[in-house]
Write a new protein. Sequence first.
Lengths: 331, 207
Amino acid sequence: MSPTEPGTIAEPHGEISQAIVDQASEWLVKLWSGVATAADHDACLRWRDAHADHERAWQRLEGAVEKFHSVPRDISKVALEKHLKAPSRRRVLKTFGALLAGSTAIYAGRRTEVWQRYAADFHTAIGETRAVLLADSSRIVLNTATAIDVRFDARERRVELRAGEILVETAHDAAERARPFIVTTPVGNIRALGTRFTVRQTDEGLSKVAVFEGAVAVEHGESGTAVTRIEAGRQAILSRRGATDVAATDESASAWTSGSLIVERMRLDAFLQELNRYRAGVVRCDPSVAHLVLTGVYSLDDTDRILRSLAKALPVTVDYRTRYWVVVTAR
Amino acid sequence: MEERLQSDRRYAERHLSRLRFDALAASPVFKNASMAISGLPREALHTLYSDHHLWLQSWLRRRLGCAFDAADLTHDTYARLIRSNRAPNPDESRSWLVRIAKGLVIDLLRRRRLEISYRAALALLPEREEPSAEEREITIEMLIDIDATLDRMPAKARQAFLLNRLERLTYPQIAERLNVSVASVQKYMLAAIKACYSAAYSEHVAN
């Protein structure tokens, strides 16, 4: 291709040399910096005027990036979540929070819950884990698809669990009069007594509390006057009627904080339900294989790999109807 | 008896394949294309279809897990092959078809994913007018285009680009966020912008 003299009309569909396209790209890089001066803009205009091919390259380049400005940014941020997500759950946990807080889950059935999460003070996307250091040095780790609001005032430290699961490690309050640390759930409040514990909202609208250090006092009933104490090494299910099913627990119940799922003789249907919390979409279990049991330590980094490993460990077939719809059936 | 059944089934399959081929041939894309293409005569196309379409359809069904999607994409694969104006050598027929089909599978999954996440975005951001069906379709098309372009960018370039375009951060802010120099951010942005250009103007395979 021969270079065109300035002032002559360029062939409308002729190729533009790569060198000119590169120059146009460099100008755009300069103007998008957020710190470009009026002189930079003028210089770019002069470059565009200098040659018909410069202007054509510029127009074509603007055409190529226009789509990024045609979709409202708030829509793009949610719809392109895949690209905004940090690469690995574990790294997210280590660096205390994702680069860009992930926002949504991706299917209609959980829409209200999605909205709950999005509007909360701190939240995680499906499959994400995030550690938050609170003003009093207490630490909270948010498990997958979780949302919390934090309300600290002169009288108390209150964390509202709106969805999902948290691990709480309370710090001693440095305020003059130590304020109580309380986690609220729809079915009752959990008052920390110097401690490390998890609280999880279940799909059935109950809360599950497991205590690893110290103890907690569960307040429930109409006026919150009924109190049940749960000691370290114990877990309980909370409903509006109180704490029931008090049973033993151990550290493996908080293994998710380090990216693992530890199960011992767990039924397959319960296991898949658990796994489903860490994946967008649904994982269904055929009733004919629901009773199979498994034991193991699984890395939550890659739930597809966990699903693949099932077919090796058990007489089952894992069928991907679509990426978001997985069915486990008898082999 | 067994042999008789086998041959009946083969006959039925061939007959069925003829019917499906006629349906494809009746579609406008085929009519226009087959007249225009000298290198791809009707008989060659028919052979390409009857010899491989069932195989391709089952290949696609294994990939997609859905017979309806597989049937649709089989049709689209042939339609795209016709539009491409190029005929494969007979011994490369299946690898050609698979290459086209793979691209279509990626496109389909991308579209499904973005349709879902766009719906989620609308549900999350309620303070806006309900978009019309047409506006939705246009937005989804744009998102598909954006998503495919982002996939072409190196990871760091993509990260810098999104921080700049979606979060409106300046290069010095991005440099701080990513813990790199401003010169590196400029390098990432240049790579990202070049990816946009080539996504918009370079020839796509099998298009």
